[in-house]
Design a protein around this ligand. Structure first.
Ligand SMILES: Cc1cc2nc3c(=O)[nH]c(=O)nc-3n(C[C@H](O)[C@H](O)[C@H](O)COP(=O)(O)OP(=O)(O)OC[C@H]3O[C@@H](n4cnc5c(N)ncnc54)[C@H](O)[C@@H]3O)c2cc1C
Length: 385
């Protein structure tokens, strides 16, 4: 039954909502309630992503979000009793312009200073030894971190949800939030299609739909949904299962082992914001062509599946992890701009600290407030795929 009151209500049952619910419940935060409109958890972006996890970001805050998160993901089975299927195959960024080389060398220096294990810059001959099947035409250098890799978004979402429920959190499916009531500048209740719940604390974990939740309270949250798509191939026994996750940075083409084949994606720079899950066949052909140029043996592969999902994009490609200054009690944990799955463990942790203690101590997230956009304090992440 849907309760009529809760201490904290979380909107959205993707990896973010599940993690926030877990870390709040683990702290004994009172009555924690998660609302998800779909029948199952992880039906939004969480269920449509490429499963990549990496330390290789260009800002300290993103690197620290990765460091905390990958540590949890690597120990997930021990902590939650469910394997996160962590495969540290390494991310290899291929760089094709002198400008990229300069930026990525600076990124590596920052990552090393912050404490990322084993990340390094590679010359073309080292890259050729690492990925002999890849055509390296035009490649000037690359960066590689062997601890980057893959994990399973579904298992992680389910693990957090299981952990949250075991600590008393309630998760209500098929419950759509339709409004927010406020009183004297603070949250008073959340309205759903199944009734109203009085609460003083709301956490907006609605991913690509986070702006819609903000609009219920008259808040402008600059997060837009943008379609991204990838495909998988049937078996490619020539590719070792521990082949590196390769990204051609200039085009954003990426591929990595998936099942017995490969997962291949690329971001369309001309894609306009929308909620479309339809496959753009023309862009699929462009992706295929680019992928065959980099990995010629793909000419012999068959496409097994195509998936489109939504990135939740902010103007600076960083999430909003904060309480809205204009509305006390409304917290936002959204806008990860295409790399949120890997940051969900750290997000749950820092949001629980922000909500319960008034500030996050595990990682300094003070630069990721909502107001930075209106006030021109953007924190640009350049390493976006
Ligand atoms: C093609 C693609 C590839 C990606 N690859 C990677 C990757 O390799 N690595 C990585 O880290 N990230 C990747 N991402 C990004 C990642 O998937 C997202 O950043 C992450 O899943 C966001 O999680 P979330 O929980 O915030 O959002 P979601 O999983 O979208 O969850 C939001 C939930 O809110 C619910 N909701 C919305 N409105 C309401 C409402 N009114 N009432 C109730 N519920 C509501 C939705 O139903 C949804 O379940 C990729 C994304 C895409 C699309």
């Amino acid at each position: 039954m849907l309760p009529t009151t809760a201490d904290i209500v979380i909107i959205g049952g993707g990896c973010m909502g599940a993690s926030v619910a877990y870390y709040l419940a683990a702290r004994g935060a009172g009555k924690v309630l998660l609302l998800e409109r779909e029948k199952f958890l992880g039906m939004g972006s969480t269920g449509r992503n490429a499963g990549g996890i990496r330390y290789q970001f260009s800002t300290e805050v993103n690197i620290r979000l990765s460091m905390f998160s990958i540590d949890v993901i690597a120990r997930f089975e021990e902590l939650f009793g469910i394997s996160a299927c962590y495969h540290p195959i390494g991310y290899l960024f291929l760089l094709t312009t002198p400008r990229e080389v300069k930026i990525f060398k600076a990124n590596v220096a920052l990552q090393q200073r912050v404490g990322v294990p084993c990340v390094r810059y590679l010359e073309p001959d080292e890259i050729a030894r690492l990925v002999p099947l890849v055509n390296l035409d035009g490649v000037l250098g690359g960066t590689f971190c062997p601890r980057d890799g893959l994990a399973d978004p579904n298992s992680i979402t389910q693990g957090f949800a299981k952990g949250a429920r075991a600590r008393g959190a309630q998760i209500e499916m098929e419950t759509t939030v339709t409004g927010i009531k406020t009183e004297h500048g603070r949250v008073a209740a959340v309205v759903t299609d199944r009734g109203e719940i009085a609460t003083r604390t709301l956490v907006n974990c609605a991913g690509p739909w986070a702006a819609q939740i903000g609009a219920f309270a008259g808040l402008d949250i600059p997060i837009v949904p943008v379609r991204r798509q990838f495909f998988t191939t049937d078996a490619l026994p020539q590719i070792p299962r521990d082949h590196a996750f390769v990204i051609e940075f200039a085009t954003s083409l990426y591929f990595h082992p998936e099942g017995a084949g490969l997962l291949v994606g690329m971001s369309n720079p001309d894609e306009k914001p929308s909620e479309s899950y339809a496959i753009d066949e023309e862009f699929h052909c462009q992706t295929l062509e680019r992928a065959m140029a980099r990995l010629p043996l793909l000419e012999n592969a068959c496409v097994a599946s195509q998936i489109a999902g939504l990135y939740e994009v902010t103007p600076d490609a960083h999430p909003i992890l904060a309480q809205a200054r204009a509305l006390s009690g409304l917290y936002i944990a959204a806008g990860f701009s295409g790399h949120g799955f890997q940051h969900c463990p750290a997000t749950g942790k820092v949001m629980s600290e922000l909500i319960l203690d008034g500030n996050a101590t595990t990682i300094d997230i003070s630069a990721l407030d909502l107001e930075r956009f209106a006030e021109g304090r953007l924190v640009q992440e350049v390493n976006v795929v």
